[in-house]
Design a protein. Structure first.
Length: 327
């Protein structure tokens, strides 16, 4: 494109010079007419002669300028490369790359770097004429219609129209995508609210279930403890006889108010003071089927204030109802 701009500039200068020459000739001819009309006036004749000589000098200078411009134009035309005709399947990048690497013997990397920053036509028609120009590390080209069915200008207008149409389509797609995104966001928000609501309900149910589980575990632990416990009634011999509870047949289940979890403990502690006795001398267990020193062992302190029953055979005592008689 740089070469094309130089050609255009020189052509304008050449046209301007020709216009000045023609104007000068017109003035000369006008001046000659005035000289004939003023032939009788010597003072005016001298002035007109001086003007004619001045115009002739200007005309000679313009002629020299025209010759110089014509010479530069010839030299410039000699530098303009011969335009090549575009074939079917050609593209501007391929044509320019081939020109730089093959005709200009330019390294491939340098050619790619130059073309990366150069203006290239998007599409070329078969029959177009492409003139390649490379100067001072820059690439440019001029494109003419040649034998193609349309001009480069018309093709550019068509390409611009297509690009604008594609931009409209893309803008519409972007708008639709934004609308769909907003709709999707709203739907997700609604679903999130539903999920949170359900999560709240589930959390409430979970809390209730956790409380139920805690109660069931407590019951299970209590039942497990009862399944492994011994139930007993304890008292001194006199008070038990007085209340008629000295034998198992005379008491009910509610009378066995004391329990011992055999998984946790296997001893029963007794204190004389609890039975209003000055001291404990003897401890018996009813029923008599439980054998002392086999199923259990009684240890009384030396002062008789305390007694300890060691349950040796826990299987016999598990879920058993017994009466402990202290005397």
């Amino acid at each position: 494109m740089k070469g094309a701009r130089i050609l255009m500039k020189n052509s304008l200068v050449l046209g301007l010079s020709v216009t000045l020459v023609l104007g000068s000739l017109f003035l000369v001819s006008c001046g000659g007419g005035e000289e004939g009309e003023a032939a009788g006036q010597e003072g005016e004749q001298t002035t007109e002669q001086a003007r004619i000589e001045e115009l002739q000098r200007e005309l000679s200078a313009k002629n020299d300028l025209i010759k110089q411009l014509q010479k530069e134009n010839v030299d410039l035309q000699g530098k303009v490369p011969e335009a090549m005709e575009v074939q079917a399947g050609d593209n501007h990048y391929k044509i320019a790359y081939t020109f730089l690497t093959e005709e200009k013997r330019m390294p491939e990397d340098e050619a790619k770097k130059i073309l990366k920053n150069s203006y290239l036509y998007d599409s070329l028609l078969a029959g177009f004429k492409v003139g390649n120009i490379s100067d001072e590390g820059e690439y440019s080209a001029f494109i003419s219609q040649g034998d193609a069915v349309a001009s480069p200008g018309k093709m550019k207008r068509v390409e611009d129209t297509k690009k604008e149409a594609e931009k409209v389509v893309l803008r519409n797609q972007i708008t639709l995508t934004e609308i769909e995104g907003m709709q999707h966001k709203a739907a997700c928000k609604d679903k999130m609210m539903m999920v949170r609501k359900r999560a709240g309900v589930l959390m409430e149910r979970y809390t209730v279930l956790e409380e139920d589980l805690s109660r069931y575990q407590e019951k299970a632990e209590k039942l497990n403890s009862l399944l492994n416990s011994v139930f007993y009634l304890v008292g001194n011999k006199t008070s038990l006889k007085a209340s008629g509870k000295s034998s198992l047949g005379a008491v009910g289940y509610s009378d066995f108010e004391n329990t011992l979890d055999l998984l946790q403990e296997t001893t029963i502690e007794l204190r004389a003071a609890d039975f209003t006795l000055p001291g404990i001398k003897k401890v018996e267990i009813v029923p008599k089927t439980l054998t002392e020193n086999v199923d259990y062992r009684v240890v009384i302190s030396s002062d008789g204030q305390f007694a300890t029953i060691h349950l040796l055979n826990t299987d016999k005592f598990r879920l058993a109802r017994i009466i402990i008689v202290v005397s």
